[in-house]
Write a new protein. Structure first.
Lengths: 252, 252
């Protein structure tokens, strides 16, 4: 049996995430369109076989990816390049397969991930952007990038990030290692790039939301360390919108 | 009477252009949604007054703008900043007013334009992009950027660009001056930036379409001069799709 590894780009705007996350919270009876089931349906048509596609991690509704990794097992003998082309023909144009290749039989896109890189984009000017709608978080109050850069240093390294984990999350171990956190500004776009060995649910969006409170002067610059040590989600800033978040890369 | 000058950004994907261009060619009886009438309707709600908005030039269906200039006359006394904010509230999120200011009484966004800058983006790789759909022209055959750069030099300066004008166009004077034509490549994006004192209908898209034929080796590198001198649209390359075209700037 083959184990195929995919690199996937998607515009998350119209999807209910990689996979519906909270079945109990779904009030509509209409089945939700997820990136996972869209790819599985395309594969079903191509391979005439039902497969389960596993990703490095689930991304939420509205979150984008430039390098999501996924894998699935199949009996098919179709060459990888043909499979990639067939998928790109069957998939809607907001999901693109960047590559398909045979992986070792034991490769597991979620369990084997060593680190992930996310980026978050904020459009920081007084009026929104037509071309960046659903691509960046429009935030009109001035943000002090230098303050955010200086404050963010305390997050680097191995910590308990419970304060930045979505409340109600059931994951028990909230210790993660942030390897890199870089904040840059070009024109009116402030970009956060964060690499960690793993991320808790909503962790990037809660960290950025807290840094935004510091950047606009609502939280004092020194507050980040206290929030981190408190392990209390209620002390951190709000969760910034999904549209600014991109899964850039997964390393194995 | 005030004369208000607007700087407008738009995602042209869902619009029938700045203004419906060819009434004789419209087969559907459904009124077309244009950027001009969308802005005029928003202004009507805000000003309680019917105004006519004139742009520096009409852009086609699917063409984007990062700095379209438009102006209109009004009796209203509403301050410019309030007008900008009200417009951005009433307009759909694919049209954004970047600024509104009082212009001199004689300012005319079309007649007074001294030069315009357009850019054209090609995504040149073997598979499309989810995040660049409707934002760049996906072209999968390899393009030789150096060949296109070298060939493009003959277009600089004052010439009769009839060979690159849409056939059937009724404009009589097809002499224009290209001040700058820069072709760059970053990652898989090839970008063409063209500045001229004015552009004929479809001129940018026909020039890029001809350069693409040179870049892929279908037209010899030396063919561009012959095509220019021929003044024959049929010798030039195809019109590349609207989605890659952006009106960047208008100078006065």
């Amino acid at each position: 049996m083959r184990n195929i590894r995919l690199v996937v780009e998607y515009d998350g705007t119209k999807f209910a995430g990689w996979q519906s996350q909270h079945k109990s919270q779904v009030t509509s009876r209409k089945p939700q369109v997820t990136i996972q089931n869209t790819i599985e349906e395309a594969l079903h048509k191509i391979l005439q076989e039902k497969v389960k596609v596993i990703a490095s991690g689930r991304t939420d509704a509205g979150v984008h990816a430039l390098g999501q990794i996924a894998n699935f097992k199949t009996h098919s003998k179709i060459p990888c390049l043909n499979l990639q082309k067939a998928l790109n023909t069957y998939l809607p144009d907001d999901i693109v397969i960047m590559s398909a290749e045979d992986a070792g039989p034991d490769f597991h896109s979620r369990f084997d991930a060593k680190s992930k890189v996310y980026s978050y984009s904020i459009l920081n000017r007084t009026y929104p952007s037509a071309l960046l709608k659903n691509r960046a978080y429009f935030f009109s109050y001035p943000l002090n990038v230098k303050l955010m850069q200086e404050a963010s240093g305390v997050l680097l390294g191995r910590h308990n990030f419970k304060a930045f984990q979505a409340s109600g999350s059931t994951v028990k171990d909230s210790i993660r290692t942030i390897k890199r956190l870089r904040i840059t500004k070009e024109n009116n776009i402030i970009n956060f790039e964060i690499e960690a060995d793993g991320f808790l649910y909503n962790m990037v969006r809660n960290i950025v939301g807290t840094l935004v409170e510091i950047g606009r002067g609502k939280f004092p610059a020194g507050s980040l360390k206290k929030i981190l040590l408190s392990k209390n989600r209620r002390l951190a800033g709000p969760t910034v919108p999904a549209c600014g978040l991109y899964l850039l890369k997964v390393e194995y």
